[in-house]
Design a protein around this ligand. Sequence first.
Ligand SMILES: Nc1nc2c(ncn2[C@@H]2O[C@H](COP(=O)(O)OP(=O)(O)OP(=O)(O)O)[C@@H](O)[C@H]2O)c(=O)[nH]1
Ligand SMILES: [Mg+2]
Length: 457
Amino acid sequence: MFEALSGKLGDVFDRLRRRGALSENDVIEAMRDIRLALLEADVALPVVRDFITKVRLAAVGAEVLRAVSPGQQVIKIVNDALVEALGGEGVVPLNLNAAAPIPFLMVGLQGSGKTTTSGKIALYLKDKQRKKVLLASLDTQRPAAQLQLAQLAERAGVASLPIIAGETPVQIARRAMETGRREVFDVVILDTAGRLSIDQALMDEVKAIRAATDPAETLLVVDAMTGQDAVSTATAFNEAVSITGIVMTRLDGDARGGAALSMRAITGAPIKLMGMGEKLDALEQFHPERIAGRILGMGDIVSLVEKASEHVDQANAEKLAKKMAKGKFDLEDYGEQLKQITKMGSLSGIMGMLPGVGKIKQQLADADLDTSILKRQGAIISSMTKAERANPDIMKASRKKRVAAGSGTSVQEVNRLLKQFDMMKDMMKRASKLGQKGLARGGLAALMPQGGGRRPF
Ligand SMILES: Nc1nc2c(ncn2[C@@H]2O[C@H](COP(=O)(O)OP(=O)(O)OP(=O)(O)O)[C@@H](O)[C@H]2O)c(=O)[nH]1
Ligand SMILES: [Mg+2]
């Protein structure tokens, strides 16, 4: 997400940084470029105007600091303005300060991700907040909708309200709250039906449910990919049912990100969560500072460490290190590593979170180091049998052909993977002689497949 915006702002800042002192013209030019970059990212026009005005005022009023260059100072000012546009400092948590069962109402247009997000929030509340959650689908529009939520509930390991055919959404909502009280649930998540566009019937339904349940949170789920439309959707919902928070979904895709920047200013409601994929654990809290940091490419060690520590299980890592040291690391293990790396996002994404790696990032890009290679390698490994993974030496021509066909790759790619894997194993043996410290340092780099045959480091 935000790649295009991030790239454009990066260019502006590069130009600013190269100058010692900034002339008025430099600043005017930079502001024009930032304005364009924001508009191209689909940020709503009034928000862009306001943003530029704030930055200009802050820049004019800023005291000249000796320790930093004027360019750096402008970057800081833009960063602060971005953080403010995204909602100010800190995460705004879900409101759990209400009498149990606490109703959460999920609203939004069709396909925005309400049902998926309901499942994600249920899993999050259960695992991270130790809450007993009941999921209830009020979607009587789509025949399969209630079943979809019931299946999600099962995957999340939470309860779902038994389906009774013929009830209206308000009746289901009432029954959900009664069940919540009777069976002592902490939170009841009410997932509503979406419509293709905002219409009176949808708003009336949502209003009636709201009146019947008095939710602690009315969460608007918006698809980040819809750009400017997301803003008008949010405005309409907010006017009808005054939302308490926003969940932006599909921020894992190539959304230009403008909607995220406009939401707070337009609705006054904070973005609380972001959907980063289709899986149930692909839900993250919305940290305005970190998002601003990512947009500006200024680095964000905190979220990198958090992400890494969540996904890379410590015990697993130790087991792996032992295996590596003994030279027993096999393709099965490598496949696992690939999964972890792709889970953490693209390599350049991870690198982007480290401060001061802009240059390395470029080198990585030059070396064709992207996750598409990792994904293809993952596919190759998935197409191999267990025996082949444990002992790649048995991979002869016919097996290679089968695996290439099965993974939609070519025999050459299979060969390349096997060769790389051999080299990697060698490197690991050598690295393990350096001890844990050496391994930790060389670890990730050693695991990176190299496209184009060039070394990135
Ligand atoms: N990539 C990605 N896909 C998502 C995300 N959230 C939801 N989806 C996908 O979007 C599609 C629609 O999601 P649903 O949760 O069914 O949307 P909904 O708002 O409940 O749809 P209706 O009930 O028909 O209005 C599904 O295929 C989801 O897997 C996300 O954060 N990232
Ligand atoms: Mg749904």
